[in-house]
Design a protein around this ligand. Structure first.
Ligand code: CP
Ligand code: NVA
Length: 306
């Protein structure tokens, strides 16, 4: 089987490739709406295999394909044979004989790895329980756009050590961003990912800390980031809400960071849970520019892997 370039984790990209994606994204963003036709993916097809809901990832990838001259096909577990028990292996072997690239969203990370092993074409991770690389790459683009640089920036992540947090650890450490993560005990990021990110941070000479105090994490922060308390498919909502009571990003917490701090959230958000409405709808919030940038960055990611 021919070797395809998969993007399952930020770790699949070299620093050079990561920067090239950011540059390319900028080009796509500034060319949007210009008359000149640019259809590098003319005649190409993308299959999107999603077993969890999505608004941003789905719409941005589908729109990216259309704007680049290609076509996207959306399949969920109900409209494919996955629900009737067709294996990931057979699905990957079959779909990759039709299309040129696949974006998949699964619960278990092992499933996307299995899909990639059985695909002739690149597989892009559109989120698993472990990682959300397209989000974290796009977030670097947004930070650079808002702050003018990446190196030396401090990002404070307050909340659950989930897929988004894991991928931010990998993307920030690779990009020279200092990252401080505050989670309640028992909700830390993945241990292997922390180790990898720590090694990268050491190599880059940046700071990385995993602590329990939000007040400490946000000191001198340029960016405050949070995500939902209950991710898709997670159980025990009541207990989680209790455990995260001290972890809401609100005005009081924002005031402890730098004056020009920006607030980021991958969305969807739950106002009154992980973030107050005042913050997410307030002057420091960049969440809709952040969401828009998914479109420009997906285009660059598609071009990079194809
Ligand atoms: N941020 C993000 O991935 O959103 P969706 O779940 O709507 O795709
Ligand atoms: N952590 C969230 C991210 C959604 C984009 C989830 O997995 O539901």
């Amino acid at each position: 089987m021919a070797e395809a370039k998969h993007l399952l984790s930020v770790q699949d990209l070299s620093e050079k490739e990561l920067l090239a994606i950011l540059e390319k994204s900028e080009e796509f963003k500034s060319n949007l709406g210009k008359k000149k036709r640019c259809e590098p993916l003319y005649g190409k097809s993308l299959a999107m295999l999603f077993t969890k809901p999505s608004t941003r990832t789905r719409v941005s990838f589908e729109t990216a394909m259309t704007q680049l001259g290609g076509h996207a096909i959306y399949l969920d577990q109900h409209r494919s044979q996955l629900e009737r028990g067709e294996t990931i292996e057979d699905t990957g072997k079959t779909i990759s004989r039709y299309v040129d690239v696949i974006v998949a969203r699964f619960h278990e990370h092992e499933k996307i790895e299995k899909l990639a092993r059985n695909s002739r074409v690149p597989v892009i991770n559109g989120l698993t329980d472990l990682l959300h690389p397209c989000q974290a790459i796009s977030d670097l683009f947004t930070i650079r756009e808002k702050k003018g640089r990446l190196e030396g920036i401090k990002l404070a992540y307050v909340g659950d050590g989930n897929n988004v947090c894991n991928s931010l650890l990998l993307s920030c450490s690779k990009a020279g961003i200092n990252i401080s993560v505050a989670n309640p005990k028992g909700y830390e990021p993945d241990a292997v990912i922390i180790k990898n990110a720590e090694e990268k941070a050491k190599e880059k000479g940046t700071e990385l800390e995993i602590i329990t105090e939000p007040n400490k994490a946000v000191l001198e922060a340029d960016v405050i980031y949070t995500d939902v308390i209950v991710s898709m498919g997670q159980k025990g909502r009541e207990q989680r809400l209790k455990d995260f009571q001290e972890y809401q990003v609100n005005v009081e917490l924002m005031e402890k960071a730098k004056k020009d701090v920006i607030f980021m959230h991958c969305l969807p958000a739950h106002r009154g849970e992980e973030v107050s409405a005042e913050v997410i709808d307030g002057p420091h919030s960049v969440v809709f520019d952040q969401a828009e940038n998914r479109l420009h960055v997906q285009k660059a990611i598609l071009e990079e892997v194809m």
